[in-house]
Design a protein around this ligand. Structure first.
Ligand code: SF4
Length: 325
């Protein structure tokens, strides 16, 4: 069995726009991302809002068609698959969204929400079998059988996210793309939902693509972490290397802002100058150069190549070797 479950190669998502300054041009929401995810692994994707991480989730799930690049799931190239072929593939790849309330139909009961994928994919023939599976799924996410008759508005945010997870689990997917699944929840509820996701990963051997702007949340759940900036990865590493030895100046700045309860672990906060440039007007050379205090002439001209720091750690920065400990 292939160890790699999901392969993404040079994936692009460009939207045509017209601006006063440039005329017809493109928003480069996703600008050539490449990565592999191993079976059973959790890849955390972090970055500020607008960096392209949510677009990446939607594009991999083919809820929006990619402009270019390739998506290979379990050895099958699904890049050009149409709606009919994707219906089969959706049994393998599911999404959990940030806002559980918006992603659950308020007019459907919890039973109907969780049963819907079972019916669409004809996974069970009899009503009794569907009933039993719905109850089983609700129990697996920490809800009770009587919840099936209720409607989304009768639940708390955490419970609604549990319903969203039960719906995603219904088809027994291999991969779940979770886009900011706990961002809308209180901190105490966040850890309950994260722990549930960890338990389900163990139980079902799930593979997660976990998208979040919150580095503490990503650290909790991920094996590998990729940092995105303006539609591309700037650094990817196993969790320990990334959090202990961040190399890219952008990763260093993001990590310096994470609150640490232990004062000995606290680092001086790195304040980045300026804001993320518009994806319509992507800076030449290293996209991060207008905000980087280490910028040199080459950074303004040439796009950095991938620099390997170790087997499981790579960085896109001209000065990566200097910055690596
Ligand atoms: Fe900074 Fe240059 Fe590295 Fe970009 S390539 S992060 S500008 S040092």
């Amino acid at each position: 069995m292939n160890d790699i479950l999901l392969q993404v190669k040079d994936l692009k998502q460009y939207y045509p726009v017209t601006t006063k300054e440039q005329g017809k041009t493109f928003v480069r929401a996703l600008d050539g991302v490449t990565f592999d995810v191993k079976r059973g692994e959790t890849l955390g994707i972090v970055g500020e809002s607008g960096c392209g991480k949510s677009t990446m989730g939607l594009t991999i799930c083919k809820l929006i068609e990619p402009t270019d690049g390739q998506i290979v799931l379990d050895g099958e190239d699904i890049t050009k698959y149409g709606r009919k072929q994707m219906r089969e593939i959706r049994k393998k790849i599911q999404m959990v969204f940030q806002d559980p309330y918006a992603s659950l139909n308020p007019r459907m009961s919890v039973y109907d929400i969780v049963a819907e994928p079972l019916v669409i994919h004809k996974l069970f023939q009899s009503k009794e079998d569907i009933d039993a599976r719905v109850i089983e799924l609700l129990r697996q996410v920490g809800l009770d059988a009587y919840h099936a008759k209720r409607y989304p508005h009768e639940f708390s945010g955490g419970q609604r996210q549990r319903i969203g997870i039960a719906r995603a689990l219904a088809v027994e997917p291999q991969v779940i793309i979770a886009d900011e699944p706990v961002s809308a929840l209180d901190v105490s509820i966040q850890s309950q939902v994260l722990n549930l996701m960890c338990d389900l990963r163990e139980q079902y051997g799930l593979t997660y693509l976990f998208i979040s702007h919150d580095l503490s949340v990503v650290e909790h759940i991920s094996d590998t972490v990729g940092v995105m900036y303006l539609g591309s990865f700037v650094e990817m590493a196993d969790k320990k290397s990334l959090y202990d030895n961040p190399v890219h100046p952008y990763t260093q700045a993001l990590l310096s802002a994470v609150p640490k309860p232990d004062p000995r672990e606290r680092k001086e906060k790195i304040i980045l100058s300026g804001n993320i440039p518009s994806p319509v007007n992507v800076p030449k050379g290293c996209k991060f150069h207008p905000r980087c205090k280490y910028c040199t002439d080459i950074c303004k001209e040439a796009v950095p190549e991938r620099t390997q720091i170790s087997d499981s750690h790579y960085v896109y920065c001209h000065r990566a070797k200097e910055f690596a400990k």
